[in-house]
Design a protein around this ligand. Structure first.
Ligand code: HEC
Ligand code: HEC
Length: 329
């Protein structure tokens, strides 16, 4: 927007804001806020899925259930730990028999908003994702037949599956395990962060520095990939981490174009989901932002710019879901 003060001078709103040292006008700010979206309370629910209380409750039990792992001690919550931002805060996941995988554990918070699951996007949705870790040798190392047998041993589970899948004559089965876990995961959202409140019009929700970080984020092009409600385009971009041999999306498609490409992760709650990147090799958010600037934008940020960008990313930490830890049979 341009303001005509006195002919022949034309001064932009931003310039005035800078002179006054204050916040830019609401109109000017909308150039930035339009790139994002306040986090809705719920992600899109795929047609044909039911989000009944019974199904969500069953999914919560299964998420915390270690007996669907070969060792009997590893559950989804072992690596996606609610007390640690629903991740594990170690560089690469440690699963069955102490084996260390190749990749960092992403948070499951807001994962229902992602258009592709896993760093390489090999599953399109949460239902497709859920049975993978149970069977993965380095995660829970369990066959689905054994997992179903174990669940069937408990009357509590037989009843819970019947309640969650009414009319299904044999409800304790793998597709229903996936449906229940996915329903539960879709409730793990973190609305009402300072950024959301700012987007909804509360100008006091973000400090000057945080607002400046948001402008840097947009003006420098971070927003090209980190946009929308969870600041991810769910798309794949080449990113070569120093020392990493993980070929990312190429392992799924075999397409040369996808070599070393990874899905853009959400930046929601990024301040509490360290360490960063597909192999967890960067511990500090400031270093992660610096590397993004260099690799994705060919740009070296000044120290104060890095401070501002990190201050902005801090505003993306929302209200954690209030989950009751289930009492398992
Ligand atoms: C041993 C640790 C471990 C266990 C146990 C585990 N996960 Fe994960 N999870 C990971 C890792 C590591 C990834 C990323 C793997 C990849 O991208 O190749 C991941 C990815 C995911 C994702 C995708 C998130 C995203 O941003 O793409 C979801 C959702 C998820 N796990 C849910 C679950 C569920 C549900 C269970 C239990 C059935 C589970 N996980 C068990 C470590 C674990
Ligand atoms: C071309 C697309 C693109 C651009 C531009 C981009 N990013 Fe990223 N960003 C990604 C991808 C892809 C990853 C995942 C990389 C990996 O770990 O393999 C990522 C990862 C991150 C992470 C680590 C998140 C985590 O949980 O591990 C942060 C923080 C981040 N970006 C911030 C930024 C900032 C700040 C900018 C601007 C300076 C930026 N990004 C620009 C695509 C992009």
């Amino acid at each position: 927007m341009t303001l005509r003060l006195a002919k022949p001078f034309t001064i932009t709103a931003t310039a005035i804001a800078l002179c006054l040292g204050g916040a830019a006008s609401a109109q000017d700010m909308s150039d930035y806020t339009v790139m994002f979206e306040a986090l809705p309370a719920m992600p899109p629910i795929p047609s044909g899925t039911t989000m009944s209380t019974e199904r969500i409750d069953l999914g919560r039990m299964l998420f915390f259930e270690p007996r669907i792992s070969a060792s009997g001690v590893i559950s989804c919550a072992t690596c996606h730990n609610p007390a640690l931002g629903w991740t594990d805060r170690i560089p690469r996941a440690t699963g069955h028999d102490g084996q260390v995988g190749d990749r960092n554990t992403p948070t499951v918070l807001n994962s229902g908003f992602l258009g592709a699951q896993f760093w390489d996007g090999r599953e399109p949705d949460l239902e497709g994702q859920a049975l993978g870790p149970i069977q993965a040798e380095i995660e829970m190392n369990m066959t689905l037949v054994e997992a179903i047998d174990r669940l069937n041993e408990f009357e509590v589970y037989r009843d819970a599956f019947s309640a969650a899948f009414p009319g299904d004559p044999d409800p304790v089965n793998p597709p229903n395990v996936a449906l229940a876990i996915a329903a539960f995961e879709r409730t793990l959202n973190t609305p009402n962060s300072p950024f959301d409140r700012f987007l909804m019009g509360d100008e006091m929700a973000m400090t000057e520095q945080q607002q400046n970080g948001m402008r840097l984020f947009v003006d420098n092009g971070c927003v090209a990939c980190h946009n929308g409600p969870i600041l991810s385009d769910s798309n794949f971009h080449r990113f070569e981490l120093p020392g990493s041999t993980d070929e990312g999306r190429f392992l799924v498609t075999g397409d040369e174009h996808d070599r070393f490409a990874f899905r853009t992760p959400t930046l929601r709650n990024v301040a509490v989901t360290y360490p960063y990147f597909n192999n967890g090799s960067v511990a500090d958010l400031r270093d992660a932002v610096n590397l993004m600037g260099q690799q994705m934008l060919g740009h070296d940020f000044e120290e104060n710019e890095l401070d501002d960008l990190v201050a902005f990313l801090d505003t993306l930490t929302g209200e954690m879901p209030h989950i009751e830890v289930p009492a398992l049979p």
